[in-house]
Design a protein around this ligand. Structure first.
Ligand code: SAH
Length: 376
């Protein structure tokens, strides 16, 4: 880690800011373990190491979730291995579909009753899983539904991977219109701040992207980790030498407004977050995505578009404008169409690539910032 990170860490110990409440841990699962750890675990159960590879093939490559289909495992061994390494982690509490079934939101209940959500979005050319990394979120952004309830707990690596595996099963088994398919893209844009649950998220990225049967075999380049801008964690992520895309939720180009919209900005300022983002882009070779929810008369002024354009000009970056999806009771709403157009125009005038995010899943509260566990 760089010396600037050390200095930042010295100012505020990260654990004071991000510590999740102490709770019982989810049971250990195959997807929590690296291939070497899986073999150790299998041996500890008195089985031959190759049984770990058989289990991995069932879980990651064949997407099997019914032990009865694991016919290459002798019954006694299967019961022992499945009982210890494939405990049920998540049960669906509710499923909501829209876009003719091509968008599917699932509310999951974990072993301890906590609820969180994932969203599968199938497009003609790809299928994206939007996953949660935490139950709730501690970042407290006032426009985000998840931010209102606070953090319940971090999800384990396997609880994150299971969300993807569930989507992969639904596609593979033809449950989503369009014929059997595969998950091609992953976005860590569900509930939670992924970089505040660093270890589990990195583990999940590895399980998701390791080639099958070690993992699910999804391309690292098709994975996006979205963050409020936890600078030391962005630096740590860069050092992992992964080729995942980084998305930074900026939402304001100036510290005065960002302090309010993304409260962690009181700790790491716009300039520090962008510096960390540019370092990530350089190291990974990946264009950074800057997320900007357009909020009427709050952050959508022409001067803010120009300021943002000046900050981003000439960088390896792409701006994703998200029409604000108002949370219940919110005093804020999405920008007027003409203001959105002018915002885009001004960014483009600075030579900055920009797109406006589609609003898939709005009717089922599956769109950005709407992932609140109201199903309890
Ligand atoms: N904690 C991560 C992931 C959050 S969700 C992060 O902050 O990046 C992914 C994106 O949706 C973030 O950019 C978040 O700021 C944005 N978002 C949250 N609530 C929203 C809302 N009500 N309308 C539009 N975008 C929202």
């Amino acid at each position: 880690m760089s010396s600037s990170t050390d200095a930042a860490a010295a100012r505020t110990p990260a654990k004071l800011v991000f510590a999740a409440p102490r709770r019982a841990k989810p049971p250990r699962h195959l997807a929590d373990l690296s291939p070497a750890e899986r073999r150790e675990a299998v041996v500890a159960l008195g089985e031959k190491p190759f049984r770990a590879d058989q289990l991995s093939r069932h879980y990651f490559a064949r997407l099997v979730d019914d032990p009865a289909e694991m016919t290459d495992l002798p019954a006694a061994a299967r019961d022992r291995l499945v009982g210890d390494l494939l405990p049920p982690l998540l049960s669906p509490v509710r499923e909501l579909a829209c876009d003719d079934g091509r968008t599917l939101k699932t509310v999951w209940k974990a072993f301890d009753g906590v609820l969180f959500e994932s969203v599968l979005m199938r497009y003609p050319d790809r299928a994206t899983m939007c996953v949660s990394s935490q139950a709730g979120c501690g970042m407290n952004c006032p426009f985000c539904a998840t931010g209102q309830a606070g953090l319940t707990r971090n999800l384990s690596t396997a609880e994150i991977v299971e969300q993807v595996a569930a989507g992969a099963r639904a596609l593979a088994r033809g449950r989503i219109p369009g014929g059997p398919g595969r998950v091609s893209n992953i976005v860590f844009m569900g509930m939670g701040e992924p970089l505040a649950n660093y270890r589990s998220v990195i583990g999940a990225v590895r399980r998701i992207t390791d080639p099958a049967p070690a993992g699910l075999g999804i391309s690292q380049r098709a994975v996006t980790v979205s963050t409020v801008g936890l600078v030391p964690a962005i630096e740590k992520l860069a050092a992992e030498e992964l080729s995942v895309r980084l998305a930074v939720s900026l939402h304001a180009p100036d510290d005065e407004l960002r302090d309010e919209l993304v409260p962690i900005n009181n700790r790491w300022k716009v300039a520090e977050v962008l510096d960390a983002a540019w370092a990530y882009a350089e190291r990974s070779g990946r264009r950074v995505s800057v997320e900007y929810a357009l909020i009427k008369d709050v952050n959508d002024q022409a001067w803010r578009a120009d300021l943002l354009g000046r900050l981003l000009k000439g960088r390896l970056v792409h701006v994703n404008l998200i029409p604000l999806n108002p949370t219940p009771g919110s005093k804020w709403t999405a920008s007027r169409p003409q203001d959105e157009r002018e915002f885009v125009r001004r960014l483009e005038a600075h030579g900055v690539a920009v797109t406006v995010r589609d609003t898939r899943g709005r009717e089922i509260d599956g769109a950005c910032g709407q992932l609140a566990a109201q199903s309890g």
